[in-house]
Design a binder for this molecule. Structure first.
Ligand code: ARG
Length: 423
């Protein structure tokens, strides 16, 4: 580390324009005599990117890169997450987690282009994001150092404010009490009053979703069409990948859909109360899961659910680069070839429910399932099937009864005694 001070480094910093990363610029310049190159990705977080660029130069960045990575984010990260029904601990659609490897990749690209010695980010030492960025950067280019000033300087919020003031870094007085990270796939809200998991989040935590109790009294409907596992059309209209997600976020949010309140297990061992707004993610995954149930076999679904858990864990825990993730994606990809069809959803006061589905690849066949006329299912076959299906259970019951010295069937807890036996 001391080597840096004497050399004067060139550092590519992931810059959000917020207080932490603004302080990072000055701190890198001061501590490492660094030449700072700032990199801001547009992942659909709706920040004022021009302002962020201006701010970077104002604070002395040598060069600033603004990268519109929205399309790449959706097709390269969100699509695999949809195909994997990616939900960490069954609840969190991995929105922040999916953005980090892409940020790391772009940082590395800029660093290489600029001949930088290191990359830097504003993650703390308490979260998952540091792991995700560090692991990805170092897997992509092992010659690059990773500097995480916030993790290193160990300043309290007040000390950071004082440092910012002394360095002439403008601080917005209206700084939110929440720590927020957002991209097209969702908005993560942490800290402030949310640190008390026994207390309901205040309405001011939410920006994307209308509170369900204030959502319209009339339900909204949404037709989503999937092509090989990814959504391509809404209400019959083809939209580009970014627009489609934005549309569903907007519509779902207006009906109060997408609010998640989660006790989450962070990678570093901390349990944390996390609140999210992910209208598009929850809606699209709900629809996708349902369509899979229409077109995949029971065996495929059963096995895939265990693959999905592992996939979500790898992505959450910063191992996007782990070869197992790519291997799981290959399996998932094979299953998705048939996941083409249409799903109809009903959105109502915070709830999203599938109310219809169809596919040319459906394994549902009316002539097999109908209770009415036209059935091609020969019910007589069921007798032979049951005979063999229950064979082992029946033999085992007999053996168990013999072992227990009882008459047949008595060992099975649910079997009631016959009136004759009671007498
Ligand atoms: N708990 C979520 C995750 O680990 C969200 C993190 C939000 N990050 C942030 N810098 N506010 O992916």
């Amino acid at each position: 580390m001391t080597r840096f001070i004497t050399l004067g480094l060139t550092v590519a910093l992931a810059y959000s324009g917020g207080l932490d990363t603004s302080v990072c610029i000055k701190w890198l310049q001061e501590k490492y005599k660094a030449d700072v190159i700032t990199v801001t990705l547009d992942l659909g977080q709706k920040d004022n990117l021009r302002e962020i660029g201006k701010r970077a130069y104002l604070l002395g960045a040598r060069n600033h890169y603004e990268v519109d990575a929205r399309h790449e984010f959706v097709t390269g990260y969100v699509y695999p997450a949809i195909k994997a029904n990616g939900l960490y601990e069954g609840k969190y659609p991995l929105s922040t987690a999916l953005g980090r490897p892409l940020i790391a990749e772009k940082l590395v690209e800029v660093a290489q282009k600029e001949g930088a010695d290191a990359v830097a980010h504003g993650c703390t030492g308490k979260g998952n994001d540091q792991v995700r960025i560090d692991v990805t950067v170092r897997s992509l280019d092992s010659s690059l150092k990773v500097i995480a000033p916030v993790r290193e300087w160990n300043m309290t919020r007040d000390e950071e404010m004082t440092y910012a003031q002394n360095q002439g870094i403008p601080i917005k007085p209206s700084k939110s009490i929440y720590s927020v990270d957002q991209n097209l796939w969702g908005r993560s809200i942490e800290s402030g009053p949310l640190e008390h998991p026994d207390q309901e989040p205040l309405p001011d935590a939410f920006e994307w979703a209308t509170l369900p109790e204030e959502a319209p009294d009339t339900p909204g409907y949404l037709d989503l069409e999937f092509l090989e596992g990814v959504p391509t059309k809404v209400n019959g209209q083809e939209l580009n990948p970014v627009e489609l997600i934005q549309f569903v976020n907007q519509l779902g949010g207006s009906h109060g859909v997408g609010i998640i309140d989660h006790m989450e297990d962070r990678l570093v061992g901390i349990k944390s109360r996390e609140v999210y707004e992910c209208p598009a993610a929850l809606t699209i995954i709900e629809a996708h899961k349902d369509l899979e149930k229409l077109v995949l076999t029971r065996n495929e679904l059963e096995f895939k659910s265990s693959v999905e858990r592992e996939w979500a864990w790898l992505v959450y825990s910063g191992l996007w680069m782990e070869p197992l993730r790519a291997a799981l994606d290959s399996f998932i990809e094979t299953t998705q070839k048939r996941v083409t069809g249409k799903v109809r959803l009903k959105l109502y006061k915070g709830n999203v429910r599938v109310v219809g589905r169809s596919s040319k690849n459906a394994l549902y066949k009316l002539e097999l399932s109908t209770y009415n006329k036209g059935s091609t299912f020969d019910q007589r076959n069921a007798v032979g099937f049951i005979e063999l299906w229950g064979l082992q259970a029946r033999v085992a019951a007999k053996v168990a009864a013999k072992v227990a010295g009882m008459s047949e069937g008595r060992t099975a807890g649910y079997q009631r005694e016959t009136p004759e036996e009671i007498q």
